[in-house]
Design a protein. Structure first.
Length: 305
């Protein structure tokens, strides 16, 4: 049993670091070893459980990504094109099953890693009915807009070959493991590689993470940047954005990652073992927006109400 968690960087880690240092501590350090009541303290077990909470927006995003992956793999492997009505029903059933599973609190407490618990259900949030109604409206849009994307058209017309779909990998930046998982990577007939990012939220939600993906593709596939394209597909609206990353874009993002890593390591007493400073060092950063949806509001006495 490792006393401290392994060290790595991800965009979600950086977002949590910006949002609230106390939440960052709970998620990445306080919860460590909490997966076993025999190994972890009562506090670690509680934090580990809370870390596993999902919410309706995250759940919907995950199910949408699963739907996109299933459709693309089905087309490549079998030439099958599921009807939109079938996909809508499948998504609806998965959402309903997840909600029902969230009602089984005792079963989740026994196995929080492998069972679903929605934060809206766990905390009995008043926003639950409103969010359910909103998600129902979005199901139709994401299914129908997937079939309208240029990405889908290129795949169907045989103009593209799949290279990666939802594949986990890593790259090394500033002597730190950085996780990479592209929604889709495909190669056109002219040799260009296209990185696809499915979005279920608002337009303009471009992430610097996509430039890191371009850097990974450049290095891993030995391809010049001018042969790499980034496509952001907004499945809610059917709109998309196309980027052709330049070296200055890559350099800027890599430098930004370096600054995050430096700041994160300043919170450690020992960066070799990834041993954090005491919990009190991680200053709470309460705000109604952040605290209202925080998984750890049950244990944090500093939360804004």
């Amino acid at each position: 049993m490792a006393m401290y968690p392994s060290w790595s960087y991800s965009q979600s880690r950086a977002q949590t670091f910006d949002e609230c240092l106390r939440k960052y501590y709970y998620h990445y350090y306080g919860s460590h070893n909490g997966w076993s009541s025999a190994q972890g303290s009562e506090e670690q077990v509680t934090l580990y459980r809370l870390k596993q909470l999902s919410n309706l927006y995250i759940l919907f995003g995950n199910i949408t990504h699963q739907m996109c992956e299933s459709v693309i793999r089905g087309w490549v492997e079998k030439g099958a094109v599921p009807r939109p009505a079938y996909l809508e029903t499948a998504m609806k059933n998965m959402l309903n099953d997840s909600y029902k599973e969230s009602l089984q609190r005792e079963l989740w407490l026994q196995d929080p890693k492998n069972r679903i618990m929605l934060a809206e259900v766990y905390y009995d949030d008043e926003v639950l009915p409103e969010r359910i109604a909103r998600i129902k409206e979005r199901q139709y849009a994401v299914v129908h807009n997937l079939y309208r994307t240029a990405v889908w058209r290129e795949l169907q017309q045989g103009e593209a070959r799949i290279v990666e779909v939802e594949k986990w990998d890593t790259m090394l930046l500033h002597e730190t493991k950085v996780y990479v998982k592209m929604d889709l990577l495909y190669r056109r007939g002219n040799g260009d590689l296209v990185i696809v990012d499915w979005k279920t939220g608002k337009e303009g939600d471009f992430s610097d993470q996509l430039f890191l993906y371009a850097s990974y593709v450049q290095e891993h596939y030995q391809l010049p940047l001018e042969k790499i394209e980034v496509r952001v597909e907004y499945l809610m609206t059917g709109e998309h954005e196309v980027y052709h990353p330049a070296q200055e874009d890559i350099d800027k993002v890599v430098a930004n990652v370096g600054r995050y890593i430096e700041e994160m390591k300043s919170c450690l007493d020992d960066d070799y073992y990834n041993r954090p400073k005491p919990e009190s060092f991680f200053t709470p950063m309460p705000s109604r927006r952040a605290c209202g949806g925080c998984n750890f509001r049950e244990v944090c006495k500093y939360r804004a109400v």
